[in-house]
Ligand binder design. Sequence first.
Ligand code: S3P
Length: 447
Amino acid sequence: MTNSSSVQPLTVSFFRSVLKGKISVPGDKSISHRALMFSALAIGESHITGLLEGEDVMQTAQAMQAMGANPKRIAPGEWRVIGQGIGQLKEPQDVLNMGNSGTSARLLSGILSSHGFFSVMTGDGSLRKRPMARVTTPLSETGAKFLTREGGRLPMAIVGTAKAHPVGYRLPVASAQVKSAILLAGLNADGITWVEEPVATRDHTENMLRHFGVDVRIEDLVDGGKKISLKGPVTLKARNIRVPGDPSSATFMLVAAAMISGSEICIEGVGLNPLRTGAFEVLKWMGADLCIENEHVEGGEPIGDLVIKGSNLKGVDVPADCAPSMIDEYPILSVAAAYADGVTRFRGLEELRVKESDRFTSIVDMLRGNGVQVDIDGDDLIITGTRGNIPGGGVVATHMDHRLAMSASILGLVAQKGIKVDDIRFIRTSFPNYFPLMNQLGAKFDV
Ligand code: S3P
């Protein structure tokens, strides 16, 4: 497991060749977590294909196992889950360890709040620094009790309630995890649970609950936000779920190919939910030669193949309201910005400070440590592009953050003096075959 293995540094040299070929990236992390959780809450046996088998999702599988659902792997990416029914999970006998996974911790908190038993949750050194009050504050309205370390951090004890009150809450920050936690608590609450979000965030919970037969209502608010509601208690019916390729994972390859002139790659079967694809739009604004082929809908989610060719990238100004649709992509887009011609301004990045690391600071340190000029204006990052001449030569500290590690590895490919990455272990939380796939495209990572 992530905690016990020793640090794995990586040296990356300037890459003098091109990336070519056709690949598929592993299943979407957000959808994979939800597939396991919702199947465990359904009546009957659900069948999942394309499940991401990264450590984060495996933490969710273990937690569902500890509570009596029985997720079984029958082939790579193919799982069967015997659902227990809403409110029917069993008290876990031991501490639930969520590893590095904020999505597991936050969504499960919602489920646990409306189950009438006691549980304790912890995580690794990164997760134990992340704020949980954003979920425990609204979830306390159910009648559940949460006891956390100071500052609302894990470990956390939860006394759930079988007689949960429905929560009504307007999100103070745009967060799909908080929205989902509240909706999941509402599945076993008596009455209407609602959440208002000021800016639309990823809607995989809403889509998948509907797929499992739940009547989820979504209204547009006059201020541009959304109100999502459901009436509990509900029954979820077991379903088949096909998980699309993860657009966040695909973006690492897309940026690498966009920067390296002469490259041309195709990534097949990627999820194209419009609330996830902000980074693709920004890459196009930057001048990337990116197009989508074979677009179709599967299991309520749009899917397609992404084809990208190397091209000259230019700096852009990205407004704050784009952030929810590309929140996980700023580390790798900041590498594209550093390589581009001109200045890029990413606006409104306050939420980056509470990810697997303080990504705001991690990005600044990664780029400045490799000779790129980065300025900070409040929550905005201003990156002065190098026109393809990133000096490099630095060591990137990844702070237990998978996306920082992958971004740094790509930075190394295009940095004149290469770079060193302090620790690549955490990449397996979300993208276990990242290096083999990059090498399949022609990169020569020595791992
Ligand atoms: C996720 C939501 C986002 C994202 C995370 C996955 C989800 O977090 O950063 O990687 O699956 O709901 P926030 O809800 O905290 O923005």
